[in-house]
Write a protein that binds this ligand. Sequence first.
Ligand SMILES: *[C@@H]1O[C@H](CO)[C@@H](O)[C@H](O)[C@H]1NC(C)=O
Ligand SMILES: *[C@@H]1O[C@H](CO)[C@@H](O)[C@H](O)[C@H]1NC(C)=O
Ligand SMILES: *[C@@H]1O[C@H](CO)[C@@H](O)[C@H](O)[C@H]1NC(C)=O
Length: 182
Amino acid sequence: MRNLVEKSCFIFFLIFIICQSVLADKKSLRNQEPCKRLELYYHDILFDGTDLANATSAKATNETALGDFKFGMLIVFDDPITADNNLLSPPVARAQGFYFYDKKNDYNAWFAFTLVFNSTQYKGTLNIMGADLMAVETRDLSVVGGTGDFFMAKGIVTFHTDIFQGAKYFRLKWDIKLYECY
Ligand SMILES: *[C@@H]1O[C@H](CO)[C@@H](O)[C@H](O)[C@H]1NC(C)=O
Ligand SMILES: *[C@@H]1O[C@H](CO)[C@@H](O)[C@H](O)[C@H]1NC(C)=O
Ligand SMILES: *[C@@H]1O[C@H](CO)[C@@H](O)[C@H](O)[C@H]1NC(C)=O
């Protein structure tokens, strides 16, 4: 009998320890420093029908008649990514994907794209998606995965609008923070 009590006490103790460490793990991820951090600039030059050589994105669908904020317009891009804010700096990666406008009563976009690295420093991809609440100073999107040098990566990209020259050209500053690196 005594043996049984001891055994069950031990099992309860074990479960308690396991629960504690699982909870501690969850908690520590919140305060954790990124395992990798990249600061990059995204340049989007929208094709106007004439600037074939310079444009890097194009309208694939027109806006709908729903509201006045381009609702439904989809833009596909193959945009250069640079390490500083100069459009003419050598690109360190490309961002390939799309965004579309999806808010009826204000400007708001949704992004889904792959950041493709093919340089001496990095080879691989990061897959990024999320809402770009354009009116907000900084917006967080999710890094949902990666390949190559970024195998199975997960994290957050903080968007900040660096410059906005109408629909023709805009530049975003990206602060990429990875919290899972392998
Ligand atoms: C390409 O577009 C950018 C942004 O509008 C502009 O600053 C730059 O001068 C253009 N370059 C050429 C070669 O047209
Ligand atoms: C968008 O609308 C304009 C004007 O109505 C039209 O000329 C153009 O072909 C349309 N583009 C697409 C991609 O549907
Ligand atoms: C990556 O870069 C190398 C060397 O410049 C090139 O040969 C290769 O085609 C590139 N790969 C892709 C997928 O762009």
